[in-house]
Design a protein around this ligand. Structure first.
Ligand code: HAM
Length: 416
């Protein structure tokens, strides 16, 4: 038997219905914030993700699905959404003459070679959004507001935004130097990965899972102490805006995020101090890194799978329709044609309708009525049909009525 791959799963049944509900909620809030939908290809040139996300990041070093196609091209399965959206932005020259920001959202499958565990998979979905063209801190606030309110609309009222600032490149470089200076004497007390990170990406030491409780990490210099004047005042303005909008946030000075492209604002969304449900921030250098003209950008991506898990764990009521409107039963084969066209007619009029496709006995069809949890059932028999009549029965009250066949749609419209 061929089974699914580790870290992947099938989406069907109730999970598919829950996802459809979450999709609707998220698409509708994005519409209110005036973000348009985008989907980028599942595979792109490896260079895009390697350079965009950063060669020294864990994602590129350990997690990307890199392969050569039959034409010997180096390709990578999309591990995150931002780099592809930036490629689209540059390729379509959307940077020219920007009088308004370009705002897009996506809902896409991502691929990372990670150790699968609850809420972490190798194929997973991210819902995310990106805003290009504005360097005003108001756009950081708008992105945080969209992320925050999306979770609340989904019923996760207790989410907190963990917030930090890495400052501009000058502040980030000063901080990086301080960190290297600080960690160097302690190098042998850090895990192997952190020893490597000290050379390649010292900021990442701060969110090492292995050394998380190590006092060396806890006492490390904090980003906010190394922000230059402009970066500091920007961060203060952002906090003011979040206060004004009543957004629940906490400063987390160890939050650096795993990808290389961030500067200034970085944030994550957490529930009950558990793992991150989503994360994002500002990436003013990324368009340039990917060969476009210098353009500011800010965005966020939600771990979709983790969000649905969190909704389930927190007993959020996810509306799932587990009933159908009407089941058409037929007494004998001679009524099948009527069942067939009537089912289509009902469906085209907006009802969820079922009929028997398995040549079951009438008794077994009645069992299907209950299995499908039908609100109404209609029994078709030749004697009634000759007079253009059918019997409609309310499956809950068990009340039944004989009506004209042509009035079925109106009848159900009035009763459902
Ligand atoms: P990220 O933090 O790598 O950021 O991913 C965002 C979210 O995706 C995470 O917080 C997590 O909930 C979810 N996630 C990540 N890996 C997995 C996995 N293996 N299984 C399930 N869920 C996962 C980014 O990807 C950035 N592109 C976010 C961004 C957008 N920054 C600016 N714009």
């Amino acid at each position: 038997m061929i089974t699914k791959q580790k870290g992947t799963y099938d989406i069907y049944g109730d999970l598919a219905k829950k996802r459809a509900y979450v999709d609707d909620v998220l698409a509708s809030i994005c519409e209110k914030y005036n973000y348009g939908y985008i989907e980028t290809p599942v595979f792109e040139s490896s260079d895009l993700f390697h350079r965009g996300v950063g060669e020294s990041t864990d994602m590129v070093k350990k997690e990307t699905y890199d392969f050569k196609d039959r034409g010997d091209r180096n390709l990578t399965l999309r591990p995150e959404g931002t780099a592809g959206v930036v490629r689209w932005f540059i390729e379509n020259k959307l940077y020219g003459n920007m009088t308004d920001p370009v705002k897009v959202f996506y809902n896409m499958k991502m691929y990372r070679y990670e150790r699968p565990q609850s809420g972490r998979n190798r194929e997973f979905t991210q819902w995310g959004f990106e805003c290009f063209g504005s360097d005003d801190v108001m756009s950081d606030a708008e992105v945080i507001s969209l992320a925050y309110n999306a979770y609340r609309l989904l019923g996760l009222d207790d989410v907190t935004i963990k917030l930090n600032s890495l400052g501009d490149s000058e502040s980030r470089n000063t901080y990086r130097e301080k960190l290297v200076e600080y960690f160097k004497p302690h190098i042998n007390n850090l895990c192997e990965d952190c020893q490597e990170r000290l050379k390649s990406n010292p900021l990442r030491i701060l969110d090492c899972k292995i050394d998380a409780e190590n006092d060396i990490l806890k006492n490390a210099p904090k980003t906010l102490d190394y922000l230059n004047k402009e970066s500091k005042s920007r961060f203060e303005k952002l906090k003011d805006l979040l206060d004004m909008m009543d957004i629940n946030y906490e400063i987390d000075e160890r939050l650096v995020r795993g990808l290389d492209y961030y500067n200034h604002t970085v944030f994550e969304v957490v529930l009950n101090n558990s793992y991150a449900l989503g994360g994002g921030g500002r990436y003013n250098g990324l368009v340039e890194t990917l060969d476009g003209p210098s353009t500011p950008g800010v965005g966020f991506a939600m771990g979709y799978d983790r969000t649905i898990l969190a909704m389930e764990e927190n007993n959020v009521n996810i509306p799932i329709n587990d009933s159908i409107d009407v089941y058409l039963l037929y007494v004998s084969a001679s009524e099948k044609e009527t069942a067939c066209y009537l089912a289509q007619d009902l469906r085209l009029n907006g009802f969820i309708a079922e009929t028997d496709l398995m040549n079951k006995s009438l008794k077994s069809q009645f069992k299907s009525v209950d299995r499908f949890n039908a609100k109404y059932l209609v029994v078709l028999n030749d004697n009634d049909l000759k007079e253009n009549k059918i019997t409609v029965k309310d499956n809950k009250t068990k009340e039944e009525e004989s009506i004209n066949l042509n009035n079925l749609v109106d009848y159900l419209d009035m009763h459902i």
